[in-house]
Design a binder for this molecule. Structure first.
Ligand SMILES: Cc1cc2nc3c(=O)[nH]c(=O)nc-3n(C[C@H](O)[C@H](O)[C@H](O)COP(=O)(O)OP(=O)(O)OC[C@H]3O[C@@H](n4cnc5c(N)ncnc54)[C@H](O)[C@@H]3O)c2cc1C
Length: 421
């Protein structure tokens, strides 16, 4: 008879590896199945991971993990057709303890999955899981090609387009709930990066862009500094992209040729291009009999405009799924009721709390004025402040003039923004 595992995990992204590592450390017999040639081979993200979640699982992980730079410089740039205005925030406290690191997924995911293997988990790469194995309306394993593998619990960690969550009847794909992210990695000398982003001693920068870079389509652009490369890209809501009849590659091309960006990437060599979807507002059911859903597969992601948090949510949910599986294995009860402990753990921790706190954020961030009126307004005000052509008005008068006929709308947006973000 084929070996039966305590837990099978579908997908070796951060959610899957966090679950596998936790369960292997607890002494369970865990199998992780990954469709990529190796973990991280196909995985995409902007490039910044908030550190606290992984730090709970592997204290001081940055001393051994392949992190790129610790982010100490946060920048937000408003882009209009002709101008740009940047808020530049630097804080030594972002360094100690480290708040966030830039990472490259191909390296990071391999390291994390190998940590799970070192702890005792089994990893099979280059195998796609095609289906779930059922018995008496309970999930009892997975199907991969002609192989059928059994487990007491299956943890679904297969990312945003979760085929397995759909097969379990827990997810439906609706375009309006997803954004698409395009990303390039551009190689540059480390010293050039530090000079261009005013960094010293291996520090890192995260720069977000809003406005003209998405042709006023809801979304934004980013640049993260790695050791010897830049991760840059654009994230836009899929249904708005279709509605505006704009091709994703056009946005990327125009972003790269914007004079503000062109200066930052000048002389660099494009070494990677990828695209992936992001579950901005796509929650699924979290469990059913014999099965738990974690990370992007469950739509556990918070975008509050400035911070996009998928990695920390994925890691924390993987850890919680391991904890819930442990209890189920101890009780030998793999029913929905028993596995609902997973949801309880997510509610007690930050994952579902933060999802609840920022539940208005996806709707607010689809307000087109955020990407047209406001970047334009910020740039116009800076223009009026900067230009001297004889007699000048006070800032307040300039503001009143620039916002003529729009004040009520602006106040409404401000209130909605403060409640959402
Ligand atoms: C452009 C972009 C920018 C982003 N920027 C950030 C950021 O800066 N910070 C942040 O925290 N988050 C960011 N995110 C979100 C973040 O990438 C995700 O939230 C995170 O990767 C979720 O991890 P996961 O393990 O749930 O899923 P994934 O990382 O998607 O991993 C899923 C794994 O499952 C495997 N898999 C899929 N189907 C199967 C199958 N049938 N059989 C076997 N294996 C399978 C995949 O190959 C993959 O390895 C970004 C996302 C995108 C697209």
């Amino acid at each position: 008879m084929a070996e039966k595992f305590d837990v099978i995990i579908v997908g070796a992204g951060p959610a899957g590896s966090a679950a596998a590592y936790s369960l292997a450390k607890m002494g369970f017999n865990v199998l992780m199945v990954e469709r990529g040639k190796y973990p991280g081979a196909k995985n995409v993200m902007g490039g910044r991971m908030y550190a606290y979640a992984l730090n709970r699982l592997i204290p001081d992980f940055w001393k051994e993990a392949p992190v790129e730079r610790c982010v100490t410089h946060e920048k937000l740039t408003f882009l209009s057709d002709k101008a740009s205005a940047t808020l530049d925030f630097q804080d030594e406290e972002l360094l100690e303890p480290p708040n966030s690191f830039t990472i490259l997924r191909a390296r990071f995911d391999q390291w994390f999955a190998n940590k799970a293997v070192d702890a005792g988990a089994t990893l099979i790469s280059n195998i796609r899981v095609d289906d779930l194995l059922w018995k008496d309306k309970r999930v009892i394993g997975i199907v991969a090609g002609t192989d059928k593998l059994e487990a007491s619990v299956v943890i679904v960690a297969d990312g945003a387009v979760s085929l397995m969550a759909e097969k379990a009847g827990l997810k439906k794909f609706l375009a309006k709930e997803f954004a698409i992210g395009m990303k390039e990695i551009i190689e540059l000398h480390g010293k050039t990066i530090e000079d261009r982003f005013s960094l010293v001693n291996g520090e890192g920068a995260a720069q977000l862009f809003i406005g003209q870079c998405t042709k006023q389509i809801p979304g934004g652009a980013f640049i993260y500094t790695n050791k010897t490369s830049l991760s840059l890209g654009i994230v836009v809501y899929i249904d708005h992209l279709i509605e505006n009849k704009v091709e994703a590659y056009e946005l990327m091309r125009d972003f790269n040729s914007n004079p503000v960006i062109a200066k930052l990437i000048e002389g660099g060599k494009l070494v990677e291009y990828s695209a992936h979807i992001i579950p901005e507002a796509s929650r699924t059911g979290l469990f059913t009999d014999g099965l738990l859903v974690v990370g992007d597969a469950a739509g556990l992601l918070v975008n509050s405009g400035i911070t996009l948090r998928g990695m920390d949510m994925a890691i924390a949910s993987g850890m919680a799924a391991a904890e819930a599986s442990k209890l189920a294995l101890e009780k030998q009860d793999f029913s929905k009721k028993s596995l609902s402990y997973y949801e309880q753990l997510l509610k007690n921790d930050f994952v579902l709390k933060d999802m609840q706190t920022f539940k208005r954020s996806p709707e607010f961030l689809q307000n087109a004025r955020l990407y047209s009126l406001y970047p334009e307004l910020v740039c116009r005000l800076f223009h009026r402040l900067a230009v001297v052509k004889g007699s000048k008005k006070r800032l307040f008068d300039e503001f009143l003039e620039e916002t003529k006929g729009k004040k009520i709308q602006i106040i409404r947006d401000l209130i909605r923004g403060l409640r959402a973000l």
